[in-house]
Design a protein around this ligand. Structure first.
Ligand code: PMP
Length: 285
C-alpha cells in the first residue's frame, strides 16, 4: 500500500502517496496512541461521513489525545482526498496519532497529535462470502472490559487481538473470528458487529463492551422500521445453536451473511438477503 501514485492528506496538506511517511520514533508506533475511522464512499458521497468524523474526535478525547481539527475540517480533508484521487467508490481511512516529539516515554502530552486521510478502491471486505456466507472461527482472545480499556473508542490498541485472532482464523480456512467478551458473552468480529435471527426476531449483543458500530445502528433502524423485533441483549455462545441466520455489519463489511461459526451452520435466509440488499440501496440513495 505504500508505493503507489496518488495523494494523501497529512496534517493539513495533500502530499504524494509514497511520501506520506512518519518518523520511526512516532509515539503511536511504540504505544498504540492512535485512533482511526473506516468509511465508504458510494457514488461520490461518504455514507454517514459526519458521524464518522464525530466518532474520531470522541475516540481522541477518550484516549486523552485531543485531535486539533473540527468536524468541518475533517470533512474538508476527506473531500480533498476524494477529489485529488478522482474517486467515486472507495474506502476512506482517517487516522490520528501522537507523533514524534519531546517525549519518547509513555507520556505523550508534549508530542503533537497528527492526522492523515487516505482513500482507495476496496471491494467486498469478505470477498465471495458476501453471497455464500462467511465462515467464522471463535477467537481464543476475549474482548476486554470497559474498565480495562475504552472499548467505545475506535483505537489501534483494541485491534492487537483482532489481528492475532484473524490470523488464527485464516490459518483454519475461515474469513474472520468472532469474539466473546470478558464475561463470556458473544461480542463482535474483528472488524464488524454481529446479528442473529430466530423465529423472525433479531438478536444482537448489547454494545456495553464492543464498538456500537454506525452500520449496526443503521441496520437496527432498518429492522425496526420493518416492524421486526430487535433484542439487544447479552447472548451466550451456546445460544448460537438455536439461531437460524447470522450476518455481520460494518462500514467495510457492509452487511455480510455468515454461513458458519465454529461448527454451527446458518442459512443465508430471506431476512439476511433483504437487509443486505436494502443496506446497499440505502448507502447509494
Ligand atoms: N466492531 C469493530 C471491532 C470494528 O472494527 C468495526 C468497524 N469499524 C465495527 C464493529 C463496525 O463499526 P462501523 O459499523 O461503525 O463501521
Amino acid at each position: 500500500y505504500d508505493d503507489r501514485d496518488g495523494k494523501i492528506w497529512m496534517d493539513g496538506q495533500l502530499v504524494e502517496w509514497r511520501d506520506a511517511n512518519v518518523h520511526i520514533l512516532t509515539h503511536a508506533l511504540h504505544y498504540a496512541s492512535s485512533v482511526f475511522e473506516g468509511e465508504r464512499l458510494y457514488d461520490g458521497k461518504i455514507f454517514l461521513s459526519r458521524k464518522h468524523s464525530e466518532r474520531l474526535l470522541k475516540s481522541g478525547e477518550m484516549m486523552d489525545m485531543p485531535i486539533p481539527y473540527s468536524v468541518d475540517e475533517i470533512e474538508a480533508a476527506k473531500q480533498a482526498v476524494v477529489a485529488a484521487n478522482n474517486l467515486t467508490n472507495a474506502y476512506v481511512r482517517v487516522v490520528a496519532w501522537r507523533g514524534a516529539g519531546e517525549d519518547m516515554g509513555v507520556s505523550s502530552a508534549r508530542n503533537p497529535v497528527r492526522m492523515a486521510v487516505a482513500a482507495w478502491a476496496w471491494g467486498d471486505y469478505y470477498g465471495d462470502a458476501k453471497m455464500q456466507g462467511a465462515k467464522l472461527d471463535i477467537a481464543k482472545w476475549k474482548r476486554p472490559s470497559p474498565e480495562t480499556i475504552p472499548t467505545a473508542a475506535k483505537a489501534a490498541g483494541l485491534y492487537m487481538i483482532c489481528t492475532m485472532s484473524k490470523h488464527a482464523a485464516e490459518a483454519k480456512g475461515c474469513s474472520d473470528a468472532l469474539f466473546m467478551d470478558y464475561r463470556g458473552y458473544v461480542a463482535e468480529a474483528t472488524g464488524a458487529n454481529v446479528f442473529f435471527v430466530k423465529d423472525g426476531e433479531v438478536h444482537t449483543p448489547l454494545p456495553d463492551a464492543i464498538l456500537n458500530g454506525l452500520t449496526r445502528q443503521t441496520v437496527i433502524g432498518m429492522l425496526k422500521s420493518r416492524g421486526i423485533t430487535v433484542h439487544e441483549r447479552h447472548i451466550m455462545p451456546e445460544e448460537m445453536e438455536g439461531f437460524e441466520q447470522c450476518w455481520l455489519t460494518g462500514s467495510a463489511a457492509e452487511v455480510t451473511p455468515v454461513g458458519q461459526i465454529g461448527d454451527h451452520k446458518f442459512e443465508v435466509g430471506a431476512l439476511t438477503r433483504d437487509i443486505a440488499e436494502s443496506y446497499e440501496k440505502l448507502v447509494r440513495s
